[in-house]
Design a protein around this ligand. Structure first.
Ligand code: SF4
Length: 84
């Protein structure tokens, strides 16, 4: 499943465009997640209106890595998860 680094994502939505399985949607970072960021992360988030990508359908991911390659901020990594 894809993991979006909240410190790096700048909401450019390349992952939304390239994912063949519609895993991502754009959304707004929650106040709780904002509070956990570094000073630089909060500056970047504020500059982009806190718009970032969220893997809301992570279960649909097929690990093609198109999103990893497309992200200009290198904000996405893939994490192996056990499937029940
Ligand atoms: S690895 Fe492929 S299927 Fe999974 S979220 Fe990224 S683009 Fe979509």
């Amino acid at each position: 499943m894809p993991i979006v680094n909240r410190e790096k994502c700048e909401g450019k939505a390349e992952c939304v465009a390239v994912c063949p399985y519609n895993v991502f949607e754009m959304g707004i970072v929650s106040p709780q997640d904002r509070a956990a960021l570094s000073f630089v992360g909060r500056l970047k988030g504020t500059a982009h209106g806190w718009k970032q990508a969220f893997p809301i359908h992570a279960e649909a991911c097929r690990a093609c890595a198109e999103c990893v390659a497309s992200c200009p901020e290198k904000a996405i990594t893939l994490k192996r998860v056990a499937v029940a």
